[in-house]
Design a protein around this ligand. Structure first.
Ligand code: AMP
Length: 419
């Protein structure tokens, strides 16, 4: 099942309404005139690299519109970021110098790398500049003060500029000097990408069109306990898939054979189910299951119901009948939030349920009846694998920050930008 009938498409306004109840964030326009002013942009240039080559420049591309927008307004842009985990020490292999050319390639402007970030060195560089150029500062995490949010380090970086822009949602769950501390010292704003991300998240969970459905899959209940507990309070439907569904099935007395299952969390799972009932949240667990004796590509597998899993079999995916049933329910929803695959999607045929559900969500989004927001590393990989990532309303590549947002936690780097 991968299609949605036109009748299921009750058209929703494609442009989201920004309701007056929504949390509002400071944006670049709030700065007023910035011509001739210095603006520090916190980017996340912690991109994957192999042999000195950037293998995925998504994060560089996401900060580019903000840099170009600020330059167009006549500002001198400084870009700052971390790279890797140097632990407060200078680690030459983690220098941001290696990102200067990749950044220049994307923004098509000169980028000058600043190894010495002292005020004197920066003044000298700016005086010597012959063309419009972005200044890229050295790896923030070469200094201990960055992750400690040390007031002296905060002052040191804040002194470089007149304004501060956060474009690093993926780092905003940490109260670091460059994500939180600095926003107390300089007029601050969310960059264009961050603003888009925050609006998408607010629309999905803060103040959503209802009914709202959440999909939580992946390996373990223990890693997503806070997510599940928060979601049952906020959403109308919760689909539990992946390995974590086994823990819930087992807690209800279903024999899950040799499946991945956290038997010690049976009480926790039952409490979540109880809480869901109290909160009028309908939990959807798989009714049919794909089982196999081996976890390898093309392994022999069969579709079974509850009570039919043999002792030496593992549940590795949700069955087709369950997905069929979910299609009807999803067609009645207006908002979808998704984190975690339905099965062990990296290996075929155990990717079938994730791909089928992703296609259903994409069709409903395409016909305007669903706002779909997904996030997390594995989830983005799974939606890419299904070929529908670009059809979702919003995809967040921020792993930890997206999960903390789904847990209902306040993200310090975001909180500080609230109007
Ligand atoms: P997470 O990082 O918690 O989102 O988990 C993602 C991982 O869960 C992926 O690597 C999947 O292969 C794995 N996974 C999903 N469903 C199952 C399952 N039924 N049994 C074992 N692993 C699973």
């Amino acid at each position: 099942m991968n299609g949605v009938s036109p009748a299921a498409c009750q058209t929703l306004p494609r442009l989201w309404l920004v309701s007056e109840h929504m949390v509002q964030f400071k944006n670049i326009e709030d700065f007023g005139t910035i011509c001739g002013k210095r603006v520090l942009v916190r980017a996340d240039l912690n991109v994957p690299m192999a042999n000195g080559i950037v293998t995925d420049d998504t994060r560089i591309r996401s900060v580019a519109p903000t840099i170009l927008h600020l330059m167009k307004k006549g500002a001198q842009v400084f870009v700052m970021s971390h790279f890797g985990r140097p632990g407060g020490k200078v680690v030459p292999e983690m220098s941001l110098e290696q990102l200067a050319q990749p950044l220049a390639n994307v923004i098509k402007k000169a980028v000058v790398f600043v190894a010495d970030c002292s005020d004197e060195a920066i003044t000298e560089i700016l005086e010597a500049l012959e063309e419009e150029a972005v200044l890229l500062m050295e790896n923030l995490r070469f200094q201990e003060g960055e992750t400690n949010n040390d007031p002296n380090f905060v002052k040191f970086i804040a002194k470089k500029a007149d304004f501060y822009v956060n474009e690093a949602f993926s780092c905003s769950h940490r109260a670091h000097a460059s994500t939180e501390g600095i926003a107390h010292l300089l007029p601050s704003a969310a960059g264009l990408s961050l603003e888009k991300e925050l609006t998408a998240l607010e629309n999905a969970l803060g103040n959503p069109h209802r009914p709202v459905c959440a999909v939580v899959g992946g390996a373990k209940v223990s890693s997503k306990l806070d997510v599940l507990t928060n979601l049952v309070e906020k959403v109308d439907h919760l689909i539990i898939g992946g390995g974590m569904a086994n823990t819930f099935l087992s807690a209800q007395g279903v024999d899950v054979g040799a499946s991945l299952c956290e038997h010690d969390l049976a009480d926790t799972a039952r409490n979540i189910l109880k809480k869901a009932t109290e909160q009028n949240c309908t939990i959807h667990l798989p009714t049919d299951l794909i089982v196999a004796k081996e976890f390898k590509a093309g392994a022999d597998c069969r579709t079974v119901g509850h009570g039919e899993v043999a002792a030496d079999e593992m549940i590795l995916d949700v069955g087709p009948a369950s997905i069929e049933g979910l299609a009807d329910m999803l067609a009645s929803c207006k908002t979808l939030i998704w984190n975690g695959p339905m099965g062990a999607f990296e290996i075929s045929p155990f990717d079938a349920a994730t791909v089928a559900l992703a296609k259903i969500a994409a069709s409903l989004t395409a016909c305007g009846s669903l706002i779909s927001v997904a996030g997390g590393g594995d989830t983005v990989a799974a939606l890419n694998h299904a070929g529908v990532a670009d059809q979702f309303t919003h995809i967040s590549t921020a792993g930890g920050a997206f999960l903390e947002w789904m847990e209902g936690k306040e993200l310090p780097g975001v909180k500080v930008l609230e109007k």
